[in-house]
Design a protein around this ligand. Structure first.
Ligand code: VGL
Ligand code: ZN
Length: 199
């Protein structure tokens, strides 16, 4: 009979944390506010702390759009203007405690590319390769867009993916989108974990 793996996870060489798009525009009050986006920040910080303590790399992606990005309503895209490169709204959340050593990965930084997956920026894979990373621990915003597409690409590239279930927030255009995205990621091989699953 199938049993979920519940053994504690010990962080080790080859692990990396990816914090997806914890930016002002995705928090309550922002241009593309995601409900609960602010609530995950203390948990994201706790994961960051665990990776720093273990001398493991932390990556932070940021949605970083030109002012006429294809995803904006004026260009017939689905979203209001958000995360314009260099703007206030594109800044990381002030309470997000990124280390000095964080590796920044900008996405969607040309007008035509949607850029939901952080792997659209070749810097991510080259840095992961250079550090011989095999396991990715992924949290952030939004479960149903950038987290989903980043995790799917990671699985296609044969990384082992741990989805940090207590540090995700979804746009939920349709109320179940976040749950559906989690189901897809789990089906494709991601393991859903929470902070207390780390040893
Ligand atoms: C995102 C919608 C538009 C995300 C980015 O970070 O998930 N969602 N741009
Ligand atoms: Zn965007």
């Amino acid at each position: 009979m199938h049993q979920a793996d519940s053994s504690p996870i010990r962080l080790k060489q080859g692990d990396a944390l990816i914090v997806v798009d914890v930016q002002k525009d995705f928090l309550p009050g922002g241009a593309l506010a995601v409900a609960g986006g602010d609530k995950i920040i203390p948990v994201v910080n706790a994961y960051i702390e665990r990776f720093i303590r273990s001398h493991l790399p932390v990556f932070a992606t940021r949605d970083w759009h030109p002012s006429h990005h294809c995803s904006f309503a004026a260009q017939s895209g689905p979203w209001p203007v958000h995360c314009v490169a260099g703007s206030k709204g594109a800044e990381f959340a002030p309470s997000l405690l990124l280390p000095d050593t964080v590796v920044l990965v900008s996405t969607g930084d040309t007008a035509e590319a949607e850029g939901y997956s952080a792997f659209e920026n070749p810097k991510l894979e080259s840095r992961l390769n250079n550090a011989s990373i095999q396991r990715l621990f992924v949290c952030g915003i939004a479960t149903d867009y950038c987290v989903l597409q980043t995790v799917r690409d990671a699985l296609r590239l044969d990384y082992q993916v741990f989805l940090l279930h207590d540090a995700l927030a979804a746009v939920n255009i349709h109320p179940q989108d976040g749950l559906e995205a989690e189901r897809i990621m789990a089906d494709e091989g991601a393991r859903l974990i929470t902070l207390d699953d780390l040893s």
